[in-house]
Write a protein that binds this ligand. Structure first.
Ligand code: MG
Length: 393
């Protein structure tokens, strides 16, 4: 079969705020190849990603993503790798291209899996998908009391691991941050795993981040996530050298496999967190997982949005039994919740399993998405380059 059509659906909540909640809007991608349809989601700004698909060529190294995708054959995994290489080369000066292609690439695996009757993880080389310990991923409360209440709610919902991030962490005093970490531990109890996400707040300031380490260690935090900018390798490496027990985590900002490999090799992270909807799709995410295994680093998915994105980001390490923890969006927007008919739910032990079925094995709930669909039209010089399609009912 060949790639006949690629559609983008820009979905958004009625009100989008400055909260660090990436589930407030979504760019859903539909690929049609022969009689098969695949779905994917870009973890990036929707409108600029659509623009990268259709923008007129600037020059030979700055072509729209569509040029490398439409009409290409899609019969086995090597076709997807070839298309990726073509996007990388033809759109090298188009910085949003990796983000745009990520959702397309995921949808290609979904369509290919459906045509071959195989789950994506099997096409990636795993025999089976092992259960993962879901950690309830959420934002800090505004006060330590709020953080503690959120932790208790996660525990009562059956989660044995929790992550808090962003909001005020790193913005106030060391003592204020410590109070939030203490509250998270108090709410979850002594036997749970607690993770902390600094949300890049320290940029490249190693000293500022290092001052937070004693409290993280005191309350048994497993990892400190994204203390720095995603490519601040020297800062990551320096903090890793100074931390005795708390691991460094990062990688959600990586938009290519080499960027993530550098974070492992030079940033010395102990946990590499990859979003399939940002790094370029399942193929590059699997490359990172292979490197993580070789280097003794733990691979973790990054997912803060829908269960379509959750399935996609777990596929690249689905078969790795020693890489057992998985990010689970605990309080996503109504849009993200409604994006799929089926959901990946934790069992009584807080474990999640990928659904059985070809491709990503997720059913997109097109009927429920109509209220969130934004009409988009891009025209240049009077010529329409993009007009959003209607969602099927
Ligand atoms: Mg994060």
């Amino acid at each position: 079969m060949k790639i006949d059509n690629v559609d983008f659906f820009y979905l958004a909540m009625p009100k989008v705020t400055t909260d660090a909640d990436g589930s407030q809007d979504a760019l859903l991608v539909r690929v049609q190849a022969g009689s098969h349809v695949g779905w994917g989601e870009c973890e990036a700004s929707p409108l600029t990603s659509i623009a990268s698909y259709v923008c007129p060529m600037s020059h030979g190294s700055c072509r729209p993503v569509a040029e490398s995708v439409l009409g290409q054959p899609l019969n086995d995994p090597s076709d997807i790798a070839r298309i990726r290489a073509s996007v990388q080369f033809n759109s090298m000066d188009l910085l949003q291209a990796a983000h745009t292609f990520s959702g397309i690439e995921v949808a290609l695996w979904d369509a290919l899996g459906k045509s071959l009757g195989e789950p994506a993880y099997r096409l990636l080389g795993y025999k089976s998908a092992v259960p993962k310990l879901a950690y309830a991923s959420q934002l800090f409360g505004n006060t330590p009391a709020e953080t503690e209440a959120k932790a208790k709610a996660a525990r009562e919902a059956g989660f044995r691991a929790v992550k808090f991030g962003w909001v005020n962490y790193g913005r106030g005093s060391v003592a204020e941050d410590a109070a939030h970490v203490e509250a998270a531990r108090a709410g979850m109890g002594s036997d749970a795993e607690v993770l902390i996400d600094a949300g890049q707040i320290f940029a490249q300031e190693v000293e500022a981040a290092a001052k937070r380490l004693p409290a993280l260690e005191r309350f048994g935090v497993v990892w400190l996530e994204e203390p720095f900018l995603p490519d601040a390798l020297a800062a990551y490496g320096a903090l890793a050298d100074r931390s005795r027990k708390v691991g460094m985590a990062g990688g959600e900002g990586c938009h290519s496999a080499p960027m993530a490999l550098n974070l492992i090799d030079f940033g010395k992270v102990g946990f590499i967190q990859i979003d399939a909807g940002r790094i370029g799709g399942l193929g590059p995410a699997k490359e990172v997982a292979d490197h993580a295994v070789a280097k003794g680093v733990t691979f973790v998915n990054h997912t803060f949005t829908s269960h379509l994105a959750l399935s996609a980001s777990i596929q690249p390490y689905a078969g790795l039994a020693d890489h057992r923890i998985a990010e689970y969006p605990f309080a996503p927007s109504a849009l993200a919740r409604n994006l799929t008919v089926n959901h990946i739910m934790p069992d009584k032990d807080g474990m999640i399993r990928l659904p059985d079925g070809p491709g990503l094995a997720m059913m997109v709930n097109t009927a429920a998405l109509h209220p969130y669909l934004k009409e988009v039209e891009i025209a240049v010089g009077g010529r329409t380059l993009f007009r959003s399609s209607a969602l099927p009912v």
